[in-house]
Design a protein around this ligand. Structure first.
Ligand code: HEC
Ligand code: HEC
Ligand code: HEC
Ligand code: HEC
Ligand code: HEC
Ligand code: HEC
Length: 172
């Protein structure tokens, strides 16, 4: 009995290895190109179905399984993804190589009203990276008080915009 068990187990293991290997090779064969660095792991492990349905179609709902922060913005109606949007693929394509930019948008002519937070007054004159300090454009600082010191020391409440606007803090 022991004599046949070993070959059988070996065959099963070899079969599984071959299956996994061919799955990955098939995946490579049908992929239109390498994924960006951020998603490279998914390609190396053959997890195409992280973004595609079994029928191979792209399903952008699947993006939110890993990016629930973006889904939360959508639900709460804040930030870019909380607004009416053009199709996802206008800004997020894939399979254009490891060093490709998968969050493409026109920075120089960017219309900031699109994020539901129009730049006005003095804010219009600022460089983007004065407010967007990190690699990501997503910001958690969205209220005036998140970025501006409260000289009233709490006396007037937290909603600065009740009395101030983006041109100047001076009040006539
Ligand atoms: C991180 C998400 C992601 C993963 C993982 C991914 N893809 Fe894609 N794939 C996309 C996106 C986005 C597009 C659409 C590109 C476009 O049209 O600009 C696409 C398009 C395609 C297309 C073109 C047809 C279509 O449905 O639009 C094929 C074929 C494809 N992917 C195959 C694969 C294979 C094979 C793998 C696994 C090696 C894979 N993809 C893994 C995001 C992904
Ligand atoms: C299996 C998990 C997973 C899925 C599914 C997934 N992503 Fe990602 N994504 C990541 C990881 C991990 C990173 C890198 C770390 C980070 O920035 O959160 C990333 C990064 C990104 C970034 C930022 C990259 C950069 O260079 O700024 C964008 C944009 C993005 N993903 C879009 C998408 C879109 C669109 C889809 C659906 C087509 C998708 N992701 C599906 C895991 C995933
Ligand atoms: C005065 C500060 C300020 C300046 C300057 C600024 N932004 Fe923003 N930006 C914000 C705030 C606040 C948000 C977040 C809105 C929200 O989440 O409700 C934001 C959001 C964004 C988003 C959307 C991120 C997302 O996915 O939700 C993009 C893209 C963006 N800004 C691009 C730019 C560009 C490009 C410039 C320069 C032309 C710029 N911003 C200048 C404050 C600023
Ligand atoms: C007008 C351009 C634009 C459109 C349209 C758009 N996005 Fe984005 N998306 C962005 C920008 C800008 C970022 C921030 C990328 C960064 O900071 O690196 C982002 C980031 C993301 C991220 C990654 C966030 C992270 O954790 O870094 C995901 C996932 C995402 N978008 C999904 C989607 C989906 C799904 C759609 C369609 C419903 C969509 N986006 C439509 C511009 C867009
Ligand atoms: C109820 C109305 C009200 C609210 C709310 C309010 N302020 Fe003021 N703020 C004023 C008035 C009135 C002045 C001018 C008189 C003064 O100095 O007290 C002023 C002055 C200022 C000045 C000095 C302007 C200058 O150069 O003379 C700054 C800075 C300022 N406020 C910041 C803030 C910030 C930040 C917040 C939110 C945390 C805030 N304010 C909330 C009414 C308000
Ligand atoms: C994401 C950060 C951010 C948010 C949110 C923000 N600001 Fe600013 N704001 C800045 C930066 C950075 C500057 C330029 C440096 C400075 O003057 O502090 C600035 C400058 C200003 C100025 C001109 C300079 C001055 O001090 O007089 C005013 C007025 C102003 N902001 C008002 C507001 C009001 C009102 C809100 C809320 C509606 C707001 N800001 C929200 C970052 C922000």
């Amino acid at each position: 009995m022991k004599k046949i068990l070993l070959p059988i187990i070996s065959i099963i293991i070899l079969g599984l290895l071959f299956y996994k290997g061919s799955q990955m090779r098939w995946a490579k064969l049908f992929s239109p190109g390498e994924l960006s660095l951020a998603h490279a792991e998914l390609e190396l492990s053959g997890e195409c179905d992280a973004c595609h349905t079994k029928g191979k179609k792209l399903d952008t709902q699947k993006c939110f399984e890993c990016h629930d922060d973006i889904n939360n913005l959508r639900k709460s109606g804040s930030g870019l993804h909380g607004q009416e949007l053009e199709p996802c693929l206008d800004c997020h394509s894939e399979h254009h190589g490891r060093n490709s930019d998968i969050a493409y948008f026109d920075m120089t002519n960017f219309d900031h009203r699109k994020v539901g937070w129009p730049l006005d007054g003095m804010h219009k004159k600022l460089r983007c990276d004065v407010c967007h300090e990190s690699d990501s454009y997503l910001l958690t600082k969205t209220a005036c008080i998140d970025c501006h010191a409260d000289i009233h020391e709490g006396e007037n409440g937290e909603d600065c915009a009740e009395c101030h606007h983006q041109d100047s803090f001076k009040v006539e």
